[in-house]
Ligand binder design. Structure first.
Ligand code: PLP
Length: 383
């Protein structure tokens, strides 16, 4: 397939048109070998030596992701966390990095409890405010600016282009956790990002049945080589079966994300006017403080994630989650089934999630069914 002349929907649906040269199979096999034969003259002309570093099971999924994100290369990882932490571990102790106050909580915890003792100078800032980024970057010292947009669990939106300009002006790279936007709605490299990160666990796979991570780089440069060395040496390597499942999931990415995003918009608009809901956090709402930037940066929708604040506080929020029948009370996001969770209970001390907040991951079920179920749960919780 000539990826330059077809739309991303076609690239994803056909996994770049892969055909097996020998068998003419249209889906790739699962390579399980942990090691590769050395040539008699002591060379490895296949380019592969050991499966902790590389695996042919990754090739097609990595090529598809590089095309969808308009990057130079992609790399699969054992989890979203393995992918994200590889970027920070490719830096050197003493390097200054900026990360958002509002971000995926496990990564924030790792930055404070592991990366900081290791030697990174981590500063958490209001990443949605370009003036705050400008004030915090230290030219020559800041090596990485980390953005998550839309960001867990408040779905705040960061202007990637504006932040990239500030980062680059200070000599830093910009990395974007684009798990929630997916390449369907935003391609961060087009806005100036150097690295894009995805928890492949979520929308890319889309079926809540694997843990995976992906990085995509704008340039195949020295830093990218270090990131891949971190993967190979620490062993944050995806399994062959998981790589195969991920590629299968990605074939329906565009359908699933558009469906979830359309439903999330409807659900947000419905509950924004609801007597038992004090606020809906969703960048697709015209009243959202993030709407202008989101409308400029996101194409064709605002994603499948939103949060609602339940009137009458934490107990009412937890009771609402207790009374749903269709929504599943579970963490994670981006699957076919809709999930609901009391986010402060998950994140614990220091969470930016208010106690009355329920995080919703909208799936691909009938949207009226989802609204009706949440409606009855809110009524019963306040009954
Ligand atoms: C936005 C975001 N980034 C990263 C991660 C980490 O991904 P994983 O659970 O695959 O390690 C998650 C997981 O919830 C996430 O929501």
């Amino acid at each position: 397939m000539d990826a330059k002349h077809v739309k991303p929907e076609t690239i994803a649906a056909q996994a770049l048109g892969w055909i097996d040269d020998k068998t003419r199979a249209i889906t790739p096999p699962i390579h399980v070998s942990s090691t590769y034969l050395r040539d008699p003259d002591n060379q490895y002309r296949s380019g592969r030596a050991y499966a902790r570093a590389d695996n042919p099971a990754f090739d097609q999924a990595e090529h598809v992701m590089a095309e969808l994100e308009h990057g130079a290369q992609a790399a699969l990882f054992a989890s979203g966390m393995a992918a994200a932490t590889a970027v920070f571990q490719a830096l050197a102790p003493g390097d200054h990095v900026l990360a958002p106050k509002v971000m995926y909580w496990s990564l924030r915890n790792w930055l404070m409890n592991f990366a900081t003792p290791w030697g990174l100078k981590v500063e958490l800032i209001e990443m949605t405010d370009p003036a705050a980024v400008h004030a915090a970057v230290q030219p020559g010292k800041t090596k990485l600016v980390w953005v998550e947009t839309p960001a867990n669990p408040l779905w705040t939106v960061t202007d990637i282009a504006a932040t990239a300009a500030i980062a680059h002006g200070a000599g830093a790279r910009l990395a974007v956790d684009s798990t929630v936007a997916t390449p369907v709605l935003t391609r961060p490299i087009e806005h100036g990002a150097d690295i894009v990160m995805h928890a492949g666990t979520k929308y890319l796979n889309g079926h809540s049945d694997l843990i995976a991570g992906v990085l995509v780089t704008r340039h195949d440069d020295e830093f990218w080589k270090r990131v891949k060395t971190v993967r190979a040496q620490i062993g944050g390597t995806l399994g062959s079966f998981e790589a195969w499942l991920l590629l299968r999931g990605m074939r329906t990415l565009y359908l699933r994300v558009r469906c979830a995003s359309n439903s999330a918009q409807r659900i947000a608009e419905h509950f924004a006017r609801h007597a038992l809901v004090s606020a809906v956090l969703y960048p697709g709402l015209t009243g959202s403080p993030d709407h202008t930037v989101a409308a400029r940066q996101m194409r064709g929708g605002f994603g499948g994630m939103l949060s609602i604040r339940v009137r009458d506080g934490e107990a009412a929020a937890i009771a609402t989650a207790a009374h749903v029948a269709l929504w599943k009370r579970a963490t994670s996001l981006g699957g076919t089934e809709s999930l609901i969770e009391h986010r402060a209970s998950v994140e614990g001390a220091g969470t930016p999630a208010p106690p009355d907040l329920l995080r919703l991951s909208v799936g691909i079920e009938d949207c009226d069914d989802l609204i009706a179920d949440l409606e009855q749960a809110l009524q019963r919780a306040h009954g």
